[in-house]
Ligand binder design. Structure first.
Ligand SMILES: [Fe+2]
Ligand SMILES: [Fe+2]
Length: 222
């Protein structure tokens, strides 16, 4: 399936301005920087072109660009979907976008994250939801998952793998699951290697006494 229509010239201008605004707004973000926003944008376009539902290109692209605008305020990041929906609305009103499009984009922003506890309903909302989820999977997702986290490496890794399993289960489209599968398999070999290394790093010191010839008569240390 292709997009439901082409973008107008004015919409392209608005999206380019929006890109500059979003780059600036995310300038101090860590794992939710512009590279994440841009990746979600690319995934969104790819998914929208490969699902049975017809999507509006402006709603998908503007929704993807603005989806984490509420995350630029770190204090309230747990409700960033709801916050971002309001911010997106204000921003789009300032650019004189049609009210029906403003509402649709704002809903994409609100519903892109499970933390809003309001599931996606329209095709555009589901597309951006899946795209955002996909950037949490795979190797890049793993790296992003470590940014700013506190705790032990194995603790962060275990939690990360559990959360991504739950994320994968909530994907809306078969096409998104296909991408998710390939991202996950690229990750597994790496994670198994990291788990082996972590096990070696966590081994007890008594295991090395004999191995390193530090025990008289070859007996164990105790
Ligand atoms: Fe988000
Ligand atoms: Fe995001």
């Amino acid at each position: 399936m292709v997009f439901a229509r082409h973008l107008t010239k004015k919409e392209i201008e608005i999206l380019l301005r929006m890109q500059d605004f979003v780059k600036e707004a995310h300038a101090d973000s860590d794992s939710h920087d512009y590279s994440h926003v841009f990746t979600v944008c690319l995934y969104s376009i790819g998914i929208a072109k490969n699902v049975p539902d017809k999507c509006d290109p402006f709603i998908v692209i503007a929704g993807a660009l603005l989806h984490d605008i509420g995350k630029t305020n770190r204090v309230f990041s747990h409700i960033h979907g709801l916050l971002g929906g309001g911010l997106a609305e204000e921003y789009l009103e300032g650019l004189s976008v049609m009210p029906s499009l403003i509402d649709a984009v704002s809903q994409v922003v609100v519903r892109h994250t499970p933390t809003s506890m309001i599931p996606p309903r329209t095709a555009e909302e589901k597309v951006v939801y899946d795209a955002d989820t996909l950037d949490r999977l795979g190797l890049m997702g793993l790296l992003r998952g470590f940014v700013g986290k506190e705790g032990s490496m194995e603790g962060i890794l275990t939690k990360y793998m559990e959360k991504r399993k739950a994320d994968y289960a909530k994907l809306n489209y078969d096409y998104s699951r296909e991408i998710g599968d390939s991202l996950h398999s690229e990750l597994l070999d790496f994670v198994f290697m990291v788990e082996d290394r972590l096990k070696a790093r966590l081994a007890s010191i008594e295991h090395i006494f004999e191995k390193e010839g530090l025990v008289a008569g070859g007996s164990k240390a105790r």
